[in-house]
Design a protein around this ligand. Structure first.
Ligand SMILES: [Cu+2]
Length: 405
């Protein structure tokens, strides 16, 4: 028991040290940090249209060192690649489904033609296994937006099917008021890894069975709840068939209860950090592609909230905690006014954990690159260090039992 506690303590200490100045300011750490932001996908120009290719396939995502999960991912990345276009651009996205599941892409916050909105059976048929679909629209309005799958969103979104979509304006209103050179995109999500594993496995089993039975001419529509038309479904119901939503006996507790919280597809200590210099302003684009509300708090500073759902605020607001609801995007400007290393994290403390253990989840750092050498050292462990802790075992300071007052 004592040994177990000792190991837990050491791991937490090592994990927390990932935010120490000497680690964060090392050249290698800054290089590695660049990899913690989504790749910006380069378009092809095709007759005046910016053309992008997105595919969806299964993927293994490392959330934190030693912890990987199976997900769905656009172009082999969680989040999917960042799409960046100019306001008014003609955009074409060729979407290829390489999985055994159905998908679509919804363009969250964009004024696309309704047939391009990606809602299955409402604006288009689902993009079925092996199929492709081409989305075409004009890039509008300006701002920070995102894209995500709109099929089986409860599973598909937390399984990784989301990415940022940024519409720039050469005459950017935010840049005029807060001139900035560097900007960062942070895409938030929350994942129930047990739910993900169970759902993906059972779905894959069903797909395999369906494919086998179809190939052998023994496929049964009712068993798989798969009908060609609404009339076929109605005929089956008249004949006594009960659709799965009638017979389902799942309880509320079977809905996902996230235990991993990610920023750009990773949890602390693998989360991206924000680098800044004294006197510099940086723009940070916050996208909530998950199911949880995040209360993002920055230490040692106020920041400016400048855009809400991509829309520039007529009057930017100063604050140090912004509430980022599911589906929301917010742009903030951080001014480099207080040199140091500062954490930026969800203030709901459940979400700065990995599988229930602190520190983890939505925790990252604002790092001043001009921190002088002499300030890059965190004090030594108190006199005696670990040796003292071991000696303390002899006369325990802990009560025999924790009272419930
Ligand atoms: Cu999907």
């Amino acid at each position: 028991m004592e040994r177990r506690e000792f190991i837990t303590y050491s791991l937490a200490a090592i994990s927390a040290a990932a935010l120490s100045p000497s680690v964060l300011l090392a050249e290698s750490a800054r290089k590695a940090n660049e990899e913690r932001f989504a790749e910006v996908l380069e378009p092809r120009m095709a007759g005046g249209v910016k053309e992008f290719s997105l595919f969806i396939d299964f993927h293994t995502q490392e959330l934190a060192p030693g912890m990987s999960i199976h997900t769905l991912a656009f172009n082999g990345q969680v989040p999917g690649p960042e799409l960046r276009v100019q306001v008014g651009d003609k955009v074409r996205v060729k979407f290829e489904n390489r999985t055994e599941l159905n998908h679509t892409i919804h363009w969250h916050g964009l004024y696309v033609p309704w047939r391009m909105d990606g809602v299955p059976y409402v604006t288009q048929m689902p993009v079925m296994p092996g199929q492709t679909f081409t989305y075409e629209f004009e890039a509008k309005p300006y701002g920070t937006h995102f894209y995500h799958c709109h099929w089986g969103t409860l599973l598909h979104m937390q399984a990784g099917m989301y990415g940022a979509l940024i519409i720039e304006d050469p005459d950017d209103p935010i840049r005029k008021r807060f001139p900035y050179l560097r900007e960062y995109t942070l895409v938030y999500s929350a994942h129930d890894t047990n739910f993900l594993r169970t759902e993906l496995n059972s779905m894959l089993e069903r797909m395999k069975e369906r494919r086998y039975l179809m190939a052998n001419g023994r496929f049964d529509s009712e068993r798989f709840a798969l009908f060609d038309t609404k009339e076929d479904l109605q005929r089956a119901i008249d004949g006594g068939y009960q659709p799965p939503y009638v017979t389902n006996r799942r309880s509320r507790s079977e809905l996902p209860d996230p235990n991993w919280f990610t920023v750009n597809g990773a949890s602390y200590p693998s989360t991206p950090n924000l680098y800044i210099k004294s006197g510099e302003s940086i723009r940070v684009r916050l996208v909530n592609a998950g199911t949880e509300e995040h209360y993002l708090h920055l230490h040692g500073h106020d920041f400016w909230l400048v855009c809400n759902d991509g829309i520039p605020l007529a009057q930017p607001q100063q604050m140090n905690t912004v509430r980022l609801s599911p589906g929301k995007t917010n742009d903030i400007i951080i001014e480099g006014t207080n040199r140091g290393i500062w954490t930026f994290h969800d203030h709901d403390t459940r979400r700065v954990t990995n599988n229930g253990l602190y520190p983890g989840g939505n925790l990252l750092a604002l790092v001043y690159e001009d921190l002088p050498e002499q300030e890059r050292v965190v004090g030594e462990m108190g006199a005696g260090g670990m040796k003292n802790m071991k000696n303390m075992k002899k006369k325990s300071l802990l009560p025999k039992v924790a009272l419930d007052e």
